[in-house]
Design a protein around this ligand. Structure first.
Ligand SMILES: [Zn+2]
Length: 436
């Protein structure tokens, strides 16, 4: 351990004994033979580009090996939520660190990339804020720090490796061991339970699609994913290559009674028990592989770029693989949801600030989902399907693996179709009510 106060005591102790001192940290020895240590230093803009995470589920310990880029100044900063940081080390030994209000500052050099190993303890949560006592994890929007040292900024992308030790012999753990494309920090997940798998087949692009269900859910899971493989294939063919692996699918997650929806934990996204029979939810979470995850949000204020685009793509995919009647059914459902939220708590779908809001309490509602979907539908009605699909595919080709804003989407639509969507965006995304 290497808190600042411990260092003072250790140096004093060793000096009394007259021993050669090899301090913790990576600083070069000074002229008196002392190893110096870089003090912990805040540096929130220093990028973390990969994390290799190993969890022990028996004693709730974990190790994160994180890769930092070089920086113009010393130090690095990560969110650590309610984690208990035990030790921070690098190739040279202990690294000085400090934890203040869920934020970890470490003392590392500036100019070179740096690999750190962080040993810590994690807790289980009854609310959807980290590792859940019901067996899965839930990190959206900014709870990654309750599971691993991270940056919850949605624009930040990193490669992730995951391993779980201590899974009970009679349980199955569903998680991606390796995510080989930049992902937002909340994308990482596991689910542990009495899972059974149904192989739904392989797409023309080589993605094997499955659904994992819990006891008693076989009928729901089968009904809910009848067209999931075809929908996934349609998304690949329409908008571009999927980034997050060759084995994908829906995993039932126990979020407790009355919890609907899913979470875009690609490549093995979660769907709540109460939504396992709902085709729309399965396709919606799949489509986040392109928007929300494949293209990350520049700011939480751009949530509509994830949820609105995905809601539109869901309706399109369902129509494409299940027919016009099913597609019309989705739009009927969307219309009802839109009218309900306008009546019960209307707000605008798209905010112009960046990083200034609590997305969970200030923006997340049906509004960005539904107004976003209807915005894209209105653009489609102006330019035609072929043109809107060309614009969405061009946007994905340009921004996949990076972060983008809704403004970037408006500009791409105009570039690709010649139609300026700003008036429709103003009506659907920046106004109350519905402009139609
Ligand atoms: Zn969504």
């Amino acid at each position: 351990m290497c808190y600042k106060i411990d260092m003072t005591m250790r140096f004093a102790f060793l000096a009394v004994l007259g021993l050669a001192i090899f301090g913790c940290g990576n600083g070069a020895g000074n002229s008196e033979g002392y190893a110096t240590q870089i003090p912990p230093q805040s540096n929130p803009t220093r990028d973390i580009w990969a994390a290799d995470l190993t969890f022990d589920l028996n004693d709730h310990t974990a190790t994160a090996i994180v890769q930092f880029d070089a920086s113009t100044r010393r130090g690095a900063t990560l969110e650590v939520g309610d984690l208990e940081i035990v030790a921070v080390t690098d190739a040279a030994g202990d690294v000085a660190f400090e934890v203040t209000d869920g934020v970890l500052d470490v003392g590392i050099q500036a100019r070179k990339p740096h690999e750190l190993t962080i040993d810590y303890r994690f807790g289980l949560h009854s609310e959807l804020k980290g590792a859940l006592d019901s067996g899965s994890t839930f990190l959206w929007p900014y709870f990654c720090g309750n599971l691993y040292p991270c940056k919850s900024d949605p624009a930040d992308g990193l490669r992730l490796d995951l391993w779980l030790n201590g899974v009970a012999d009679d349980k199955v753990a569903i998680f991606p061991e390796h995510i080989a494309a930049d992902a937002p920090s909340y994308m990482l997940a596991w689910a542990i339970g009495d899972y059974a798998e149904i192989d739904l087949g392989t797409t023309a692009h080589g993605r094997q699609v499955s659904v994992w269900y819990l006891p008693g859910e076989e009928t729901l899971a089968t009904e809910g994913t009848t067209h999931l493989r075809a929908a996934f294939e349609w998304l690949e063919e329409s908008y571009g290559s999927y980034m997050f692996g060759d084995k994908v699918g829906s995993v039932s997650a126990d979020w407790g009674p009355g919890a609907f929806g899913g979470m875009e934990h690609h490549p093995l996204w979660h769907v709540s028990h109460d939504s396992m029979g709902d085709q729309e939810t399965h396709v919606h979470e799949a489509a986040h592989g392109w928007f929300g995850n494949g293209v990350r949000l520049a700011c939480w204020e751009d949530l509509v770029l994830s949820e609105g685009t995905v809601s539109y793509l869901t309706a399109r995919a369902i129509e494409a693989v299940m027919g016009t009647k099913a597609g019309d059914g989705v739009w009927d459902d969307y219309g009802w949801r839109l009218d309900s939220v306008i009546a019960s708590g209307d707000h605008v779908a798209w905010l112009q600030s960046c990083g200034q809001i609590d997305v969970y309490t200030e923006l997340w509602s049906e509004v960005p989902y539904m107004k976003g979907a209807f915005f894209f539908r209105a653009v489609e009605q102006q330019v035609g399907r072929e043109a809107i699909d060309r614009a969405i595919a061009a946007f994905y080709a340009n921004y996949s693996g990076s972060a983008a804003s809704m403004q970037d989407m408006l500009e791409t639509i105009e570039e690709q179709t010649g139609f300026d969507p700003s008036e429709l965006a103003s009506g659907w995304l920046s106004s109350l009510g519905r402009p139609d």
